[in-house]
Write a new protein. Structure first.
Length: 308
């Protein structure tokens, strides 16, 4: 991974074209298996949940079926709760935390909510441990009409029938050291901009919706996760990744404006989790557990305050 301000692909100051994207794609190698890690886990859940294929991602010669796991039985009078993981494929605990939630905790909500879990939105990126898809597009800036990202468009088609009925949406993410060593330098190079180094927060934090903030909801999640892993402090500027910390462990973005996954449903309660797997104070198991704790706390609060 590059740790230099000058990325090894492209010309500084010039946005990438097709040749640079092809050169970048050629550098990406398969490092783990979506079939072994995700599809087999999804298959093992079929006895207890409904499993729905909601699309397929194709980057020749690779094809990846996309699956969502749904409550059984589905009851139209109940609120819908959406959990998404792996929008950024390299963020491992988002994928495995979502699957662990289904396996260990989802049964708690039978008869109380219709659950929809899309555990790995970006399988090509999951296998290559990358943020972008094969077209060098960030799916988590692409949740908009006429999306350029196959992954984002497929998820939006899945949730479209439930718009207006989704009570809560929890989108599971990580912030990693590789954000600074690889992904942000690559982003700057792709867009023909200068790379400006930033800080990686040590700990868990949340991203609320600046257009529809729900501070009590966010703090309920922080309180639950704090029992599992540490919460990220603000930096010397009172910020986390360049945004003001509005409450312990919470920042805000305009989710829909930025094309972020957590903005796709119009849910009353939305949040994006951010686990820090590279911390010396956290293990992979803790990161997965933190994601599960966040999902459970989010659903518990939403069901207790459906019209707050």
């Amino acid at each position: 991974m590059s740790t230099h301000a000058t990325y090894p692909i492209g010309t500084p100051g010039t946005p990438w074209g097709a040749a640079e994207i092809a050169a970048w794609r050629a550098r990406q190698t398969r490092r783990r298996s979506y079939e072994a890690d995700v599809l087999r886990a999804v298959e093992s859940l079929r006895a207890r949940f409904d499993v729905q294929q909601y699309g397929q991602v194709e980057y020749a010669p690779d094809r990846y079926p996309l699956f969502a796991i749904r409550s059984r039985p589905w009851r139209d009078e109940l609120p819908v709760v959406l959990v998404t993981g792996g929008v950024h494929g390299y963020e491992t605990s988002g994928v495995h935390g979502a699957l662990q939630f289904v396996d260990r905790q989802a049964a708690r909500y039978a008869g109380r909510a219709n659950l929809v879990i899309a555990p790995c939105v970006s399988p090509w990126a999951y296998e290559r441990i990358h943020r972008w898809n094969a077209d060098a597009i960030d799916p988590n800036r692409s949740f908009r009409d006429d999306s350029p990202a196959q992954e984002s468009a497929a998820l939006m088609r899945l949730v479209a029938p439930w718009r207006g009925r989704v009570l809560a949406h929890v989108d599971l993410h990580e912030t990693t050291d590789s954000d600074e060593s690889e992904f942000r330098p690559a982003l700057a190079a792709r867009d023909g901009k200068a790379y400006e180094p930033g800080d990686i927060p040590d700990g868990f934090y949340l991203v609320d919706d600046s257009e529809h903030p729900q501070p009590a909801f966010q703090q309920a999640i922080i309180a639950a996760v704090a029992k599992v892993t540490h919460i990220a402090p603000a930096d010397a500027r009172g910020e986390i990744i360049g945004s003001p910390m509005v409450a312990p462990g919470v920042i805000r973005y305009p989710l829909k404006q930025l094309g972020l996954c957590a903005g796709i449903t119009g849910a009353r309660y939305t949040t994006t989790t951010e686990v820090y797997p590279d911390s010396p104070r956290a293990t992979p198991a803790q990161c997965n557990a933190a994601q599960v704790a966040a999902v459970c706390a989010a659903i518990d609060f939403a069901l207790a305050h459906p019209s707050s």
